[in-house]
Write a protein that binds this ligand. Structure first.
Ligand SMILES: NC(=O)c1ccc[n+]([C@@H]2O[C@H](COP(=O)([O-])OP(=O)(O)OC[C@H]3O[C@@H](n4cnc5c(N)ncnc54)[C@H](OP(=O)(O)O)[C@@H]3O)[C@@H](O)[C@H]2O)c1
Length: 322
């Protein structure tokens, strides 16, 4: 990957290649050997940022959370040169949410130690608050994160699933108390789900110069075009999650992706990722893959240059107000 293509994550001093590997598949739809092969290929292609969370992949039968970090940790440990070539992103809070835990200082301190142990590393590059915690005062959460930064256990912190008001409050609390601020945000954003990011949250991210890594960048696989009718929903364990996209607007988006893909001899999912990479207010999309073939497609997406008329066609087809 060309050095010029790297994207800064806010003022953290960390920059990344323009595609983040989504690690929620490890231990869920991908076993350990395939996970290793995917991570090898990802790194060989010049990509470097890997997103996971303490809670991944607790929803898979027989799992309890931590499986994804464990697989990544085993892969890092198998070759000592890998750690310095990767940007490791993980999150705290969701594993404890159902137990009433959230982002208290005690929980953050306990969670980071568990994540470092599973990841078999001495530092996390970006440590996210997975969801806003409506109960714990934001100063307590930020102070705990800040102490991890000072100890060198975490290089930068981020906020996922925060709305503009929650993010603004967190940024002002860290500025007032002289604490590390959330340098990176992780919102849901893709050609189908545009509403919650575009608007005040994106404006704030741009004004504050934050890094933005988007999740569900392929709308759980819908934007690859493999689900065109209800009969297709059985194609993957994720099919149940994409049924809601099968409506006139979703199909209009697929048509625009098909047309754009044909013009570039590319695949619809590659166009959906290239759209995000080109979008103002996006540092890099996060996307996952369950096979090398899918990963090759994601890698091609990082090299796909869309024209202004491609961007306009996709903009019109996916307009949330239309
Ligand atoms: N912060 C948060 O709250 C949050 C929430 C959700 C996700 N995330 C992060 O974002 C990442 C990405 O989300 P995601 O993995 O759930 O969804 P996604 O990236 O929108 O969809 C990826 C899935 O689409 C399918 N796919 C990928 N490439 C394909 C291709 N070329 N052809 C056909 N199918 C293809 C694969 O699933 P199948 O092969 O199984 O169909 C793959 O696992 C996660 O791994 C996680 O790191 C964060």
């Amino acid at each position: 990957m060309n050095k010029a293509d790297r994207r800064p994550l806010g003022r953290s001093g960390i920059d990344i290649a323009p595609l983040v590997f989504g690690g929620n598949v490890f231990g869920w739809t991908v076993d350990e050997p395939t996970s290793f092969a995917l991570l090898d290929r990802f790194l060989d292609a010049g990509l470097d940022a890997i997103d996971t969370a303490d809670v991944y992949s607790a929803w898979a039968p027989g799992n309890q959370g931590g499986e994804s970090e464990t697989i990544i940790g085993n892969w890092l440990a198998a070759d000592a040169s890998r750690r310095d070539r990767c940007v490791i992103i993980t999150k705290a809070g969701a594993a404890l949410k159902e137990k009433g835990g959230g982002l208290t200082a005690a929980n953050i301190v306990a969670s980071v130690e568990a994540s470092l142990r599973r990841l078999r590393t001495d530092r996390i590059d970006v440590y996210f608050s997975h969801f806003p915690d409506p109960v714990t005062p934001i100063e307590e959460t930020l102070r705990a994160h800040d102490s991890l930064v000072r100890q060198g256990k975490v290089r930068a912190i981020g906020a996922s699933n925060y709305d503009a008001g929650q993010l603004r409050a967190a940024l002002s609390a860290s500025a007032q108390a002289g604490l590390s601020r959330y340098e990176v945000i992780q919102p849901e954003y893709n050609l189908y789900a545009r509403d919650s990011y575009e608007g005040p949250l994106r404006d704030l991210a741009i004004t504050e110069g934050l890094g933005v890594i988007t999740y569900y960048s392929l709308a759980s696989g819908f934007l690859t075009g493999k689900y065109r009718s209800k009969d297709d929903l059985g194609k993957s364990a994720r099919g149940a999650r994409v049924g809601n996209y099968l409506n006139p607007r979703g199909l209009r988006i697929l048509e625009a992706l098909d047309e754009t893909a044909r013009a570039h001899d590319a695949r619809p999912g590659e166009v959906a990722i290239a759209w995000l990479i080109a979008r103002q207010g996006v540092s890099a999309p996060i996307a996952s893959a369950t096979s090398i073939e899918q990963l090759e497609s994601l890698i091609r997406a990082t090299r796909l240059m869309l024209t202004s008329s491609d961007m306009a066609r996709l903009e019109t087809a996916s307009d949330p107000q239309a």
